[in-house]
Design a protein around this ligand. Structure first.
Ligand SMILES: NC(=O)c1ccc[n+]([C@@H]2O[C@H](COP(=O)([O-])OP(=O)(O)OC[C@H]3O[C@@H](n4cnc5c(N)ncnc54)[C@H](OP(=O)(O)O)[C@@H]3O)[C@@H](O)[C@H]2O)c1
Length: 337
């Protein structure tokens, strides 16, 4: 099969030919149609994910965790899926290498199977579920990490209606989902972005949008939120110092959450609780998110699509910043033999 993989520590992801993985008992093999790109895909490879995801331990290491496609083989034993089922999900888990759920094969068969490859093997009881009728599989592929993170961040900050959530990095994959899910609960979202995204973020439900490049963020926040904010979801700040700048806007008793592991080392205002978020993918939440997306309640914004062979460029593009929604890697459009 064709896949984007790294051959060893420090190597760049490149297109390679690998043997197809074989499903073990309790696993399904999915013929992937779409994968979606997450920053963790390149952060894992270059070792910048910290303890959110350890560096690859075995090679070749196939990149990627999110996927949608069709079950094409079932491993031994009972299985809740059937060959031909159209499914989507997230392979692996934060805290484990993305491919740890993959199959182990003979010589040359990758034992770390990511989703930038034509086939992936995953346990039937992992974060995998059916794509509901009415949901485009490419949108399904874009949902697992971003949608799950957004929903679980919302639980972690525990806001009630009419409270205020500041989302830093709001125009990216998680931010677009989080803004919509928060708005649906009557939470007032302040979207902090780099650039003029007022129209795009407003259409997703943001009550106000702050351009972080237009001046000191504290001043802009004071003007839209003079009483301070109840919670921060910082999806962007890569250092505790940058995180602390945004956390300074949180009022005492509030929560300042980082998806980048920067809360623990940050100096936070008195009375503000820091949280380093950890995603916990599961199929039940995927069903809820997919139902919302199929009904049009949750819009899945796809920024760009790349064929598999251009995935290394797509990873570089994401690393450079500027994500607006999700990037999808196309492996095989449905119906294509
Ligand atoms: N802890 C966990 O369990 C977990 C789970 C999922 C994701 N994550 C992490 O969460 C982060 C966000 O994920 P994502 O999927 O939303 O990424 P994404 O789709 O790439 O979006 C990131 C957004 O942040 C903006 N941004 C980048 N640097 C910024 C800065 N310094 N200040 C303000 N905005 C900035 C980007 O746009 P501009 O460059 O135009 O500003 C982009 O819109 C990633 O680092 C990811 O690895 C962690």
């Amino acid at each position: 099969m064709r896949a984007i993989a790294v051959s060893g520590p420090g190597a760049d992801p490149v297109l390679v030919e690998l043997p197809k993985p074989e499903p073990r008992p309790g696993e399904v093999r999915v013929r992937i149609e779409y994968a979606s790109l997450n920053p963790l895909d390149w952060q894992v490879v270059d070792g910048s994910a910290g303890d959110l995801a350890p560096a690859p331990r075995s090679f070749p290491f196939v990149v990627g965790v999110d996927y949608a496609g069709r079950v094409d083989m079932i491993g031994g034993g009972e299985n809740r899926f059937r060959v031909g089922d159209v499914v989507f999900g997230r392979a692996g888990a934060v805290g484990a290498a993305p491919g740890d759920a993959g199959a182990t094969g003979g010589a040359g068969v990758p034992d770390a199977c990511g989703t930038y490859g034509e086939y992936v093997c995953v346990p039937q009881d992992s974060a995998i579920t059916l794509v509901p009728r009415g949901l485009d599989p490419r949108a399904a592929a874009a949902l697992p990490s971003a949608g799950t993170a957004a929903a679980q961040i919302l639980e972690a900050v525990a806001l009630r209606g009419h409270e205020t959530l500041l989302v830093v990095g709001a125009a990216g994959g998680i931010g677009c989902c989080l803004t919509q899910l928060a708005r649906a609960r009557d939470i007032r979202v302040i979207a902090a972005v780099r650039g003029d995204e007022r129209s795009a973020m407003g259409s997703l439900g943001a009550a106000a949008t702050v351009d972080l490049t237009a001046g000191p963020p504290a001043e802009a926040l004071r003007s839209v939120c003079p009483d301070g904010i109840d919670a921060l979801a910082d999806l962007a700040s890569a250092t505790p110092e940058a995180f602390a700048v945004h956390a300074a806007a949180v009022r005492p008793g509030g929560i300042a959450l980082s998806t980048r592991g920067t809360a623990a080392g940050a100096r936070l205002p008195a009375g503000v609780r820091g949280v380093d978020f950890r995603i916990d993918p599961n199929p039940v939440l995927l069903d809820v998110l997919a139902a919302g997306a199929a009904d049009g309640v949750l819009r899945v914004l796809i920024d760009a699509e790349f064929p598999l062979e251009q995935a290394p460029q797509a990873l570089e593009r994401n690393r450079a910043g500027g994500a607006r929604g999700k990037t999808v890697i196309v492996l095989r459009a449905p119906g294509h033999c």
